[in-house]
Every structure is written in structure tokens, then in C-alpha cells.
Design a protein around this ligand. Structure first.
Ligand code: IPM
Ligand code: MG
Length: 358
């Protein structure tokens, strides 16, 4: 039997609540399928760890999880710790340390969920946003000088490398190729960002002939926000830089009905390092500890993890269970207009998983 080693890093805020729920669901899936096993090891890294130890994870943290098959991550962020510390000390340290250069963010309206766009609902759009996950404004290059003086300067340099752009281009074309519409929209801002983004354009044009079966179009990022709202059916796969896709993916999550649903995969496509799966929503301190967090983003992230591990049937079964629960509508969490607790949603999804047996 296949046995997967999973590193669970619940992190901050509602992270532990939704990761616990996700692990419960994975265990239920494992029990009813009986053809794979998931051994979970927990790591208590995050802002509490930071308060105790002065860092978000141990110095050899990456070594501790290097040989895992996957990482299941909750969130990092705390009202009392500066965001750049929580981000760079944990999540980005893992993404960059393990060269998880492809961030994949599907977005669609699940059955039973209402779309904030008038006239649109489930089935009307089905997008995948591919976010370059290793460079751009997130490369960490820049600095501050003359701090506290009038002459103070702060710079974040957007770093784009030809190899970095080419690998995300190929990843996005490969992904587009697997989908029925085979449509790829490449997003830049090459009118204003006249160096790195112009290079993006040229790298994509160079790669494009290798994928004659994929239709590629180009958009500037500002125009892309308009297209997402006004013409959502025209979109299939979208590829953009780290920062641009960060913004577009929040818009996509909102258009799918709630940030609480949206999943993400941070992939190291070559498989040299483990990939990491997490809900997009973040730590949501305002609802922390109340047991009302929506675990669907965490469950959908588990679907992406199972797909990545090659457990396609289990992944499909979990996605079907999630969609049955949202379609039925009687276990909707607050952000989807219901009153269900995290536990209620989890129990409903587990019941739906078991029901598929019958
Ligand atoms: C995301 C988040 C993060 C990001 C935050 C928490 C720094 O918004 O995963 O999209 O900007 O990458
Ligand atoms: Mg974001």
C-alpha cells in the first residue's frame, strides 16, 4: 500500500482549525478507499513558535521536512508580529527553499454557492491561475537606506530571469494543454514595466510555437481585472507574475463566492522537493478559535495534494463530496451564508465521502 508522509504546518489564526479538519477528512478518505495511507507529522511552527524562539521555524526546519511527500500548510500571520516576518520566516522560506516555483489557483463557483457577479453561477466559469512563485517582487531583492531621515528610500526590485519566466511559461502551456479549451491568457504590465515584463512577452513568444495546440492571448493586468468581471466565460488558464497573480487570485476567489473556498498548490514540478498545499484565506484572526472557519479551502487544497501525489480517484472522490455538501446547502459556513461550524462542514463532507461507497 502506498504510504505518504505528510508534514502538517497549521501555523497561525484559523490555520490549525482548518488543517485539523482537512486531516480528519483525509483520514476518512483513507479509511474508505483502503489503498493508500497518510502518515501525518505535525510541526508547531508559526507566530507562537516565534514568540518562544525568535524565529518562525527552526534553523534546520527545511531539513526536517525535506523528505516528506507533501506539506499541508494552514496560514502565517499574527496581529502582534510584523507581516513581513511571518511571511518571510515561514511560508516564503518554504516556497523558495523548496523551489516551489509554480503556484496553481483554481477558481470556479461550486454548486449551491452564489456568485457575486449578477447573472453568473456554478458552471459559468472555470479558471486556473498560474502564479510565478519564485521571483518578481517576492524575490526579496531591495533594501532601505537613510532610515528615519527625510532621504529615506525603500526599494523592492522586481526580479525576472529568463529561465524563471521560461519554466513558468512551459508549466502554464502544459497545464492549458490538459484542459478542454486549451486557452492560455498571459498577463503582464509590459507597457509600464518596460524591462522585465517586456522580457516576459518575448519569452512567451519564443515558447509559444512548441504548443501549437494551445491558443494564447495577452492582457495587461489592469485590463485583466475588467475581463474577469465583465467577460468571465472568456477565460481558461491565466499565467502571471508573482505579484500580479497574487492580486488576480484574490479577485478570482471573491468572484467564486468566498475567499474561504479558494485552494492553492505551491508546486516544485520536478519533484526534487516536496510541494505545499494551503487554503488561500490566511489567518483570519477575527474568527480564530470560534470554530466557525470555512474548511472548504483546506479540503480543496487536500484535493490538489492528492492529485499531485497521483491519487486521482481519491482526489475526485473528495471533490465530489465537497460539491455534494455545497449543493445540498444545509451545512454552509457563515461566509457562504449559512450557520454551520467548521465541525459541521467537516462532518457533512465525511458523510458525503462515505456515501459515495453506497
Ligand atoms: C497569498 C497571500 C500571501 C501572498 C500573503 C499572505 C503574503 O496573499 O498567498 O496570496 O501575498 O503571497
Ligand atoms: Mg494573496
Amino acid at each position: 500500500m502506498r504510504n505518504y508522509k505528510l508534514a502538517a504546518i497549521p501555523g497561525d489564526g484559523i490555520g490549525p482549525e482548518v488543517i485539523d479538519a482537512g486531516i480528519e477528512v483525509l483520514k476518512a478518505l483513507q479509511a474508505c478507499r483502503g489503498d493508500f495511507q497518510i502518515s501525518v507529522q505535525h510541526f508547531d511552527w508559526g507566530s507562537d513558535y516565534y514568540r518562544r524562539n525568535g524565529r518562525m521555524m527552526p534553523e534546520n526546519g527545511l531539513d526536517q521536512i525535506r523528505n516528506m511527500d507533501a506539506i499541508y500548510f494552514g496560514s502565517a500571520g499574527d496581529p502582534d508580529v510584523p507581516d513581513h516576518i511571518t511571511l518571510w520566516g515561514l511560508r516564503l522560506a518554504i516556497c523558495q527553499g523548496f523551489d516551489q516555483y509554480a503556484n496553481v489557483r483554481p477558481a470556479r463557483v461550486l454548486p449551491g454557492v452564489s456568485c457575486p457577479l449578477a447573472g453568473y453561477g456554478p458552471g459559468d466559469f472555470d479558471w486556473v491561475i498560474v502564479r510565478e512563485n519564485s521571483e518578481g517582487e517576492y524575490a526579496g531583492v531591495g533594501g532601505r537606506a537613510h532610515q528615519g531621515h527625510d532621504a529615506e528610500v525603500g526599494m523592492d526590485v522586481a526580479v525576472f530571469t529568463r529561465s524563471g519566466v521560461e519554466r513558468i511559461a512551459r508549466f502554464a502551456f502544459d497545464l492549458a494543454r490538459t484542459r478542454p479549451r486549451k486557452l492560455l491568457t498571459m498577463v503582464t504590465k509590459s507597457n509600464a514595466q518596460r524591462h522585465g515584463m517586456v522580457m516576459w512577452d518575448s519569452v512567451f513568444e519564443k515558447v509559444r510555437p512548441d504548443y501549437p495546440d494551445v491558443t494564447m492571448d495577452k492582457m495587461l493586468v489592469d485590463a485583466m481585472t475588467t475581463r474577469m468581471v465583465l467577460n468571465p466565460k472568456s477565460i481558461d488558464v491565466v499565467v502571471a507574475s508573482n505579484l500580479h497573480a497574487d492580486v488576480l487570485s484574490d479577485l478570482a476567489a471573491a468572484l467564486s463566492g468566498s475567499l474561504g473556498i479558494a485552494p492553492t498548490a505551491n508546486l516544485n514540478p520536478g519533484g526534487n522537493f516536496p510541494s505545499m498545499f494551503e487554503p488561500i484565506h490566511g489567518s483570519a484572526f477575527d474568527i480564530m478559535g470560534k470554530g466557525v472557519a470555512n474548511p472548504i479551502g483546506s479540503f480543496w487544497s487536500a484535493v490538489m495534494m492528492l492529485e499531485h501525489l497521483g491519487e486521482k480517484a481519491a482526489a475526485a472522490r473528495l471533490m465530489t463530496a465537497i460539491e455534494r455538501v455545497t449543493a445540498a446547502g444545509d451545512a454552509m459556513p457563515a461566509d457562504l451564508g449559512g450557520t454551520a461550524t467548521t465541525g459541521d462542514v467537516t462532518a457533512a463532507v465525511i458523510a458525503a465521502i462515505n456515501q459515495e461507497n453506497e
